[in-house]
Design a protein. Structure first.
Length: 360
């Protein structure tokens, strides 16, 4: 082949056009909407993509209201045989709650999703009913002891389930890739594998087991307070990477930028953080308590097909409720129409005490 100047110029021109067109595709479509939330010059702003907001809005619609009923009548505990949680409701109120949870959790399966056909309604034959009873207690726990996070907005089954028996956003312990080099170069913790849990970054693929099950006391930190490392677990590189992994999940789960909760010139500083960071801090503790005290202990109740690769039960993270919105359903006050879900759990119906993974 002869490289005439003409050919060289033509080839260069083709490359330039291809590179230019290629570059065009790297821009976000359409342009982001930027809203400033802090002082000028400190990059306190939120970037929203209108295209993604449309998808987010579609996911975050409140359910249809369930008609109120006349509260008079006999107590459910007197009318029915096996009512352990909702006994103080009257019979009609109780049936209203059954109608509601059917609409929120199993609109397709109907009552039969939890009540085996041909059995008494009092039978606990189906695991789904046993799980649902615990879910009632968990929802009450959220609405009464975690007002520091959910305020009076509160949650119902819909907040997580949205008409599906298995919420869209759940997680399991992730054993990571099998790697021949494990042991030789240490535990990669699923790094370099572009995990969806951490926004397709190459951070450790499971920050949830490290930080969201409770009882672990693993500080979510990467800025050490001492000149030299004092404790391998709190100032290791992996600790920092898990922290970033969790932060990316929190951003994605809420559909916000880091600056929704931080001033990026000083991530650790609480004085300079927006108040939302405090709400998020309580949210982390709440999720730890729900996973350790309610969801993980359901392990023996589920059929094997519902368990994760290491045999753990399905658990919640920020996205389970938020589903991409800064407040689940943009703050629609779901709990107020269902006061039966804002009753403190009596002794023995609250969270189970935390037990480490090995002893579960
Ligand atoms: C998502 C699961 C779920 C669905 C769907 C469901 N239930 Fe229930 N049902 C329960 C649970 C849990 C209890 C026990 C509540 C308790 O212990 O306080 C219960 C108890 C009952 C009882 C009391 C039975 C007794 O004698 O102890 C009746 C009646 C009942 N449900 C009717 C219905 C009807 C009618 C529907 C459909 C409109 C329905 N349920 C849908 C979970 C469900
Ligand atoms: C904080 C989020 C959250 C809330 C609130 C919540 N759930 Fe759940 N629920 C879960 C998770 C996570 C699972 C595990 C999913 C699975 O079974 O794989 C689950 C599972 C279930 C299942 C078992 C489904 C199956 O097929 O395995 C039932 C039934 C259920 N929930 C009913 C309810 C009811 C009724 C309420 C309201 C009283 C409720 N949930 C509130 C998160 C939630
Ligand atoms: C929804 C609020 C929220 C969002 C969004 C968020 N963070 Fe955080 N961040 C927190 C909270 C709360 C803590 C403290 C956690 C704790 O102490 O349990 C924290 C801690 C941190 C720390 C540790 C600081 C220290 O003390 O060592 C870093 C670093 C950090 N975040 C970076 C980020 C980055 C980067 C992003 C974006 C990818 C981000 N955060 C998004 C709430 C948020
Ligand atoms: C059980 C459901 C649930 C879970 C799980 C959950 N949240 Fe929330 N969150 C809510 C509700 C409900 C609100 C609205 C409270 C209100 O109206 O003030 C909220 C509000 C917030 C806010 C305040 C937003 C604002 O603009 O004021 C932040 C920040 C937040 N959540 C962060 C988190 C983080 C981070 C996680 C995971 C560690 C998390 N949430 C997990 C239910 C949940």
């Amino acid at each position: 082949m002869i490289f005439t100047p003409r050919l060289v110029i033509a080839t260069a021109a083709v490359f330039a056009v291809v590179a230019f067109v290629g570059l065009l595709f790297t821009f976000e479509r359409p342009g982001a909407i930027v809203s400033q939330t802090g002082y000028r010059g400190v990059a306190m702003e939120q970037n929203y993509n209108p295209r993604m907001l449309v998808a987010q809005q579609a996911r975050n619609q409140p359910p249809e209201a369930i008609e109120k009923v006349d509260p008079d009548g006999q107590k459910a505990s007197e009318v029915y045989q096996n009512v352990q949680v909702l006994g103080d409701l009257t019979e009609v109120e109780f049936l209203r709650t059954m109608t509601a949870i059917t609409a929120w959790v199993s609109p397709e399966g109907g009552c039969a999703y939890c009540h085996a056909e041909g059995e008494e309604l009092s039978s606990d034959k189906l695991y789904t009913k046993v799980v649902a009873r615990r879910m009632l207690q968990m929802t009450r726990e959220v609405n009464t002891t975690w007002k520091s996070h959910v305020a009076d907005t509160g949650v119902t089954c819909w907040t997580c389930h949205r008409g599906l028996p298995v919420p869209e956003e759940i997680w399991f312990e992730d054993p990571g890739r099998r790697s021949a080099s494990k042991g030789l170069i240490g535990d990669p913790a699923g790094q370099n594998a572009a995990a969806p849990a951490v926004g397709l970054s190459s951070l450790p693929n499971d920050p949830f087991t490290a930080f969201l099950v409770g009882g672990k006391d693993a500080p979510i930190r990467n800025i050490s307070q001492t000149a030299l490392p004092t404790d391998r677990n709190t100032s290791s590189v992996k600790q920092a990477e898990w922290t970033y992994g969790l932060m990316i999940h929190m951003s994605e789960g809420l559909g916000v930028n880091c600056t929704y909760c931080h001033n990026s010139r000083a991530f650790a500083s609480w004085e300079q953080s927006p108040p939302q960071r405090v709400t998020a801090w309580h949210g982390i503790r709440m999720v730890q308590a729900l996973n350790a005290g309610f969801l993980d202990p359901l392990r023996p109740t589920y059929p094997a097909s519902r368990l994760g690769p290491t045999g753990d039960a399905p658990k919640a993270n920020c996205a389970t409720c938020h589903q991409g919105a800064y407040k689940p359903l943009y703050g629609a006050p779901l709990a107020k129409d269902h006061p039966e879900l804002t009753v403190p759990n009596p002794q023995g119906q609250g969270p189970q005490p935390f037990r480490s993974s090995a002893s579960r």
